[in-house]
Design a protein around this ligand. Structure first.
Ligand SMILES: [Zn+2]
Ligand SMILES: [Zn+2]
Length: 219
């Protein structure tokens, strides 16, 4: 009996220490209580933010809130080829500024965003040709798993604008929720493979396997 109490006490102690040391520690699988925040940057359209709020809430069955706009952090700015903001830096900025009112945050910007594309992530070898991939313009980025992601409307042309935008937001959030790229051609988590056509061809849909992984089976 004494042994049992010691075990319980040690477990409670370890959980408390974890929560103190990692206040942002949260499950990466979503449930009905999960809250996603939208962080608009700069002059980002409040109408677009509102549409994305409704679409994400419907797609992932969770609560979505829109935060007050903030300026893009200056340390994310880069001008290698043109004026851009580093997506990785923006993701870290969003994560650092998170509060306990939400579990995940998606940043929205109308400025161009970019990242370094590696051929080998562990050795940090930049994909060839180097001039192209050292500052690679992207639609969005989300670490997997993670708590923050970023999507830019800069590269989205008029054609299919809204549907592209929604799909990319749901895709990047999917990465945050722990979803990898998916080989199912009907799934929003398939790899865009450097072309917008992939995004146009896929429906706004998660395949059953991705649904299960993300936690849809729980409700
Ligand atoms: Zn992806
Ligand atoms: Zn899938």
């Amino acid at each position: 009996m004494k042994k049992y109490f010691t075990l319980v006490s040690v477990t409670i102690f370890l959980i408390t220490i974890t929560l103190i040391l990692y206040p942002n520690f949260r499950s990466t699988v979503i449930n009905a209580k999960t809250i996603v925040a939208i962080q608009p940057f700069g002059e980002f359209s409040s109408t677009e933010a509102k549409i994305i709020q409704e679409e994400i809430a419907e797609f992932y069955h969770l609560e979505v809130t829109v935060l007050k706009p903030v300026e893009l952090p200056k340390n994310a700015y880069i001008n290698m080829k043109s004026s851009r903001y580093r997506a990785d830096t923006l993701i870290r900025f969003l994560r650092k500024n998170m509060d306990s009112n939400y579990n995940f945050v998606i940043g929205l910007t109308d400025k161009d965003i970019s990242t370094i594309k590696y051929s080998n992530k562990s050795t940090k070898k930049i994909k060839e040709p180097n001039y192209k991939y050292a500052d690679w313009g992207i639609f969005g980025l989300g670490f997997m798993p993670g708590e923050s992601c970023i999507v830019s409307t800069f590269r989205l042309k008029e054609k299919n604008f809204r549907s592209r935008f929604i799909k990319i937001c749901c895709h990047e959030l999917g990465h945050n929720f722990g979803l990898q790229h998916c080989s199912d051609k009907t799934c929003i988590m398939q790899d865009a493979a450097e072309t917008i056509k992939t995004i146009d061809n896929v429906q706004l849909n998660l395949c059953n396997s991705c649904k299960k992984k993300v936690g849809f089976h729980k409700y």
